[in-house]
Design a protein around this ligand. Structure first.
Ligand SMILES: [Zn+2]
Length: 475
């Protein structure tokens, strides 16, 4: 088989791996590059291959850096199907629509800035392109429900030389580990496993990652935290409780920048539990992000995909994990701004997660100079973002066009990572039988190198490689 790594290689965004097996060309994920605005835009302007030549796409999960370029495939003439779980399909719809909305806003901003050369300022795709893309989705259930292979892009004879199975990746709702098996004319088979983004054991809401049952020659493993060992998940709940109680003792407000997909739902779950267990008082909680609301709705429509512990706790008493009495979903911008004048303590979760845009900015502008308040950072903050500047302890920051002294407390809750750590990635690879070749994708260089060293130390029989972007391998 031949694999070309077009993105999510030598970095964490833009995942696109083109696998050629048994005469088919199958694209694993079709993600957006993110990061520095201009560089990312240049990389996202054009797909690095002809979409017409691709037979099918398999989508591991609905984060933007995995699904964000799908409309560009369809716009570029791709004729095949997109295989995904139902949860992934339903979340991807909102993620793509949000991306189109952000692109339109960016384009308008660029147009205003430059009087000439406005041709550069075009959104990459429109809602129409997304509607077209959604018609290509084919739902594939997790193998645990059926145990069966799924034919990829069935030919005229009603069969396909390539088959697919999904196992739960435990990363976010709908996330899947992909197994691809190709049958060649000689009747020999070849098999590849792609972890997508792999979740952690013991995380709330979503089940733990499932091991695959097949033997495979090749593993494409993510390596986001390939050089790190995470603290236990139970600590997240304790830390959250401590931060909330501290803030309440100062009669302050809690401002929580959070990502709409995954992190927000985990926080709601933890807040619900802490409140029910009377570990924290029933303070008003606001989710101030239309995208987070929509995705939380999707989560509620796919409760079958929740883990057993969540069901044991909530389902048995007819309670819903993501709904509680003191939770309000803020709809309009006016409602959002009204929170600025609200007296007393409350907690607001708003996007964007790295504080670069969205409603979090006006909450920060209002709250950041008051020492009673807390800003709780719950996820990775990229270089050059407002979130990163806060984490690094800058004492004066720019929000919109003004400068603000940082007097609020800045706290971090690193324990909520949705990615497996070094030991969990090793453990996962060790459960793939017959493995010979491992490609480490979706990791910064240091993280991927750390994991490569560990894997090679433990398993001399494995050939571990770290592909660069646009690099091709025959295996
Ligand atoms: Zn992800």
């Amino acid at each position: 088989m031949k694999i070309t790594f077009y993105g999510g290689a030598g970095g964490v965004t833009g995942s696109k791996h083109l696998v050629e097996m048994a005469g088919k060309r199958i694209l694993l994920d079709c993600g957006f590059f993110q990061g520095h605005r201009r560089e990312a835009r240049e990389l996202n302007m054009k797909l690095p291959f002809d979409p017409v030549s691709v037979d099918a796409v398999v989508l591991s999960h609905a984060h933007l850096d995995h699904c964000g370029m799908l409309p560009m495939m369809v716009k570029g003439g791709f004729k095949g199907n997109v295989y995904a779980t139902a949860g992934t399909r339903d979340v991807a719809e909102w993620i793509m629509k949000d991306a189109a909305h952000v692109q339109t806003q960016d384009a308008e901003h660029l147009r205003r800035q430059r009087s000439q050369g406005a041709s550069l300022a075009e959104p990459l795709y429109t809602f129409d392109d997304i509607e077209q893309t959604l018609t290509r989705f084919v739902e594939v259930p997790y193998a645990r429900n059926t145990g069966e292979w799924f034919d990829v892009q069935v030919g005229a004879n009603g069969r396909s030389p390539v088959q697919l199975k999904f196992y739960d990746a435990g990363h976010i709702l709908g996330s899947a580990v992909t197994v691809l098996e190709g049958r060649m004319e000689s009747n020999r088979t070849e098999c590849l496993v792609y972890t997508g983004d792999l979740g952690r054991r013991g995380a709330p809401l979503i089940p733990d990652p499932e091991y695959v049952h097949e033997s495979a020659d090749v593993l494409l493993s993510e390596s986001t935290y390939g050089d790190r060992v995470h603290a236990d998940f139970a600590r997240a709940k304790e830390r959250l409780k401590t931060v909330i109680l501290d803030t309440l003792s100062r009669q302050g407000k809690l401002i929580v920048p959070a990502f709409a997909l995954g992190r927000t739902q985990e926080l709601l779950y933890l807040l619900h539990r802490l409140t029910d267990e009377k570990e924290i008082p029933r303070i008003p909680v606001f989710v101030d992000s239309p995208l987070a609301d929509r995705i939380t709705e999707v989560y509620k429509n796919h409760t079958d995909d929740f883990d057993n512990e969540t069901w044991a706790e909530f389902g048995a008493r007819g309670d819903e994990p993501l709904v509680f009495r003191n939770l309000t979903l803020v709809k309009t911008v006016e409602e959002s701004k009204r929170l600025n004048d609200m007296l007393g303590s409350f907690l607001v979760i708003a996007g964007s997660g790295m504080c670069e845009h969205g409603r979090i900015q006006h909450h920060l502008a209002r709250a950041i100079s008051d020492p009673r308040n807390t800003v709780l950072i719950t996820g990775f903050q990229a270089v050059d973002t407002l979130g990163r500047r806060l984490v690094e302890g800058e004492r004066r920051v720019r929000i919109y066009d003004g400068f603000y002294d940082v007097r609020a407390r800045i706290e971090k809750l690193n324990e909520l990572s949705a990615h497996a750590d070094r030991d969990e990635l090793l453990d996962y690879a060790e459960h793939v039988r017959g493995l010979k070749n491992i490609f480490l994708v979706h990791g910064e260089h240091a993280q991927a190198m750390g994991l490569k060293t560990l894997l090679e130390e433990k398993h001399k029989e494995w050939k571990v490689q770290i592909p660069e972007r646009d690099q091709m391998f025959m295996v």
